[in-house]
Unconditional design. Structure first.
Length: 256
């Protein structure tokens, strides 16, 4: 697994992918930081949380070639014939992508140091925001590597991971629209009471909010982290990693 990790991690810096991802992340975080610095109102917690929304772009860029590029070149046969369990291949590539985001986060560390040097307050909420940041990284990278396992095209892999992440980020909005649609249908086939409408609307919205990882972690109160919600995110990451492993296992047996 270590060999796979080293090969994949170093490959990011032998191609434009790692540099493009780092430059984009540095630009976004730097723009937010300098904008806040100009008005003497730096909130590193807010900056870190807001950066999570840009994973919609960053994750597909970083993960689109994790497995699809090997499929395209035909080098994936090495994983199927080498004396190494496929789950170690998946974990090695997964941890390489996660570690790259650790490199990206170095820009945030620099900003935290600058904030502290100029008398800014860095509280425990920054640590909580960092934990949330990497929980989202664990989840979204797992989705990205799964998307990369279903096609030999990096473009298709990027699109699939983009759509998955977009759906996750829009879960509250989807719940709101769906509840409105169902209530409209109820009005066509009958005359529901106000209590019924309220119950249906709240039930659907609450269900989608329950599925939303950012909402479950509760970013409004970063002094209190819900451990169960963190486990929820990591469980979903494990689920997508397992699906990736099964995709590779299926390909191995199809070639046997």
């Amino acid at each position: 697994m270590l060999a796979v990790f080293k090969r994949e991690f170093l490959s990011y810096f032998k191609s434009p992918v790692g540099y493009i991802g780092f430059a984009l992340f540095a630009f976004l975080s730097g723009f937010m930081f300098t904008s806040a610095f100009k008005v003497a109102s730096i909130n590193m917690t807010s900056i870190i949380i807001r950066l999570c929304s840009f994973f919609l772009i960053l994750i597909p860029i970083v993960t689109m070639g994790l497995l699809s590029e090997d499929k395209k070149r035909g080098t994936d046969v090495i994983y199927y014939t080498a004396p190494i369990p496929l789950y170690k291949v998946v974990l090695g590539k997964y941890l390489a992508a996660v570690s790259l985001f650790g490199v990206f986060y170095s820009t945030i560390i620099v900003q935290i140091i600058v904030t502290k040097m100029y008398g800014g307050v860095i509280g425990l909420s920054v640590l909580s925001a960092t934990i949330i940041f990497f929980c989202m990284v664990f989840l979204y990278v797992a989705i990205g590597i799964f998307a990369s396992s279903i096609s030999d095209s990096q473009i298709i892999s990027a699109i699939v991971s983009f759509v998955f992440i977009l759906i996750i980020q829009l879960l509250p909005t989807i719940g709101s629209f769906l509840s409105s649609g169902i209530i409209s249908l109820m009005g066509i086939f009958g005359k529901p009471t106000n209590n019924t409408i309220t119950s249906v609307r709240n039930g659907i919205i609450n269900a989608f909010n329950w599925l939303d990882p950012m909402n479950r972690i509760n970013t409004t109160n970063l002094h209190i982290l819900n451990v169960v919600s963190i486990i929820y995110c990591l469980s979903f990451a494990f689920f997508f990693l397992f699906l990736t492993y099964r995709m590779l296992e299926k390909k191995r047996w199809s070639q046997a």
